[in-house]
Design a protein. Structure first.
Length: 106
């Protein structure tokens, strides 16, 4: 599983994205539950590493489409709308993770 590598269909169908989001949620939950400040710091570092990988994967998928792969203009409207919805859900999940992260770092 290469960090920052989008699938051939771009970021919307990236096989790794659900796995990364799940790992991010797990690390955040573990960080919330631990009382050990050093363990929390380690978990938060792992969380950030996973989040950066997810962002790179999303960015890589966008770059792939700009270079001519899987152009949205070639897709049926329903498929474009589905991809847009998936993108918005991923972005919302990332924003929630960032907000949770900020509250734990205080």
């Amino acid at each position: 599983m290469g960090q920052g590598q989008g699938s051939s269909m771009g970021m919307m169908s990236g096989e790794h994205m659900p796995e990364r989001m799940q790992r991010m949620h797990e690390k955040m939950q573990q960080a919330r539950e631990t009382k050990d400040p050093e363990k929390r710091r380690e978990l938060m570092q792992e969380h950030m590493k996973t989040m950066r990988g997810a962002m790179q994967e999303m960015h890589g998928g966008m770059a792939h489409r700009k270079e001519g792969g899987s152009k949205q203009s070639d897709m049926p409207m329903e498929q474009r709308m589905q991809r847009m919805e998936q993108h918005m859900q991923m972005m919302q999940g990332m924003m929630q993770q960032m907000m949770e992260r900020e509250s734990l770092e205080k």
